[in-house]
Design a protein around this ligand. Structure first.
Ligand SMILES: [Zn+2]
Length: 376
């Protein structure tokens, strides 16, 4: 192929990718809106939408109400055209979640399965993936990949999980973990996956910091829709920000880390049972747990204001505790407001996560989908 025609083909592919990406993002749209929003000529839009319809990735689903002229046809992506499986690996269990191109959840599975750096564990992981996909037709063509979320630091260039305290290892090659999963695997840190899940519900160009309050504390930051990963892929280890100098011992060996004060374990251990039990007893007025919760919120408020001072953007609370935080936000906002140096906007920057459960599995599942759309 000559240079000239290769360039033309690249430009045509670029137009097609932009149009397809726009249709997926908007959920529903029209040819006119595509042409206007992307500043692409109507004949180019018509041709690309026709090709996308023919290949089964896009469909016409009806017509918009007329605003005077000809009625515009409603176009959507065909969500079932591609599927993706998300797997969240944790210390004690595995969550699996199957999503379609539009991010709709098709199937969910939770399996108690303690992590072990052993062949039998990797094999079981492969079996779980294959089992959840049974019963979905034409899977070979439709499953774009498997997103795997891990509680550890993922070096995406070398494809190595360099460190996971929760799983108790250093330097595990990703291909070892996914060796029995017969589809392309995309690895992502669990907090990064959770913030990607949130991004699905809001503006793709958002900037925000996500504080993950699970059995360990972590986080992620998105700047204009892009994850900030840090030079060593260790950005946003908020759990090891020093909250109280010479304070309680953290699992990392240092003293006074935020994790020692704001992990979900602080709450579940106080009630001697699962986190849900903590909030049930708290709501029934248990005086001891009320004290624990007040102290927890006080410490959390300091962490929130520190993040706000550092990033000057929305701060979102997620992870296990984030799923329960909504009713307590007004109280927490007052506490944060009292610490706010600028304090002019009533702490509206503090938000609860929208994805309350299985956020990391969902965010992981979105990785192959995003890859498919970006390389269309
Ligand atoms: Zn620490």
């Amino acid at each position: 192929m000559g240079r000239e025609s290769k360039k033309k083909l690249e430009i045509r592919q670029l137009y097609k990718r932009r149009i397809f990406s726009f249709i997926c993002e908007r959920k529903e749209t029209s040819r006119q809106e595509i042409a206007y929003a992307l500043r692409i000529s109507m004949p180019t839009v018509l041709q690309n939408v026709r090709e996308l319809c023919e290949s089964g990735y896009v469909q016409e689903v009806g017509q918009y109400e007329s605003t005077g002229g000809r009625k515009a046809t409603i176009i959507t992506s065909c969500p079932d055209a591609k599927l993706s499986l998300g797997i969240d690996i944790t210390k004690n269990y595995v969550d699996l979640l199957l999503v379609d191109l539009a991010g709709a959840i098709k199937e969910v599975k939770h399996v108690e399965m303690p992590f072990a750096r052993e062949e039998s564990y990797y094999k079981k992981l492969g079996e779980l993936a294959k089992n959840i996909l049974k019963g979905h037709k034409n899977l070979e063509d439709r499953l774009h990949g498997v997103g795997i979320s891990v509680p550890g630091i993922v070096d995406e260039e070398k494809m190595i999980i360099t460190y996971s305290h929760a799983l108790g290892f250093r330097n595990l090659h990703c291909s070892v973990l996914s060796q029995y999963i017969p589809w392309p695997a995309y690895f992502i840190n669990d907090a990064n996956a959770a913030i990607m899940a949130e991004l699905h519900y809001i503006d793709n160009d958002s900037t925000m910091a996500y504080l993950s309050l699970s059995n360990s504390v972590g986080g992620a930051v998105i700047i204009n829709g892009e994850l900030y990963k840090g030079i060593n892929q260790r950005s946003c280890e908020f759990g090891h920000m020093r909250l109280i100098p010479h304070g309680k011992e953290c699992y990392c060996g240092q003293l006074g880390c935020l994790d020692a004060y704001c992990s979900a374990l602080v709450l579940s251990e106080a009630c001697g049972g699962p986190l849900d039990g903590f909030f049930q007893k708290l709501n029934k007025g248990d005086p001891e747990l009320k004290k624990v919760w007040e102290t927890y919120l006080k410490n959390l408020a300091v962490a929130v204001i520190n993040l706000r001072m550092a990033f000057d953007c929305d701060i979102m609370l997620g992870g296990y505790v984030g799923g329960y935080i909504e009713p307590y936000l007004p109280e927490l906002r007052i506490m944060v407001g009292n610490l706010d140096t600028f304090g002019e906007n009533g702490v509206s920057f503090l938000k609860a996560c929208k994805c309350k459960q299985k956020a990391s599995a969902f965010g992981a599942a979105l990785q192959p989908i995003n890859d498919f759309i970006n390389h269309f």
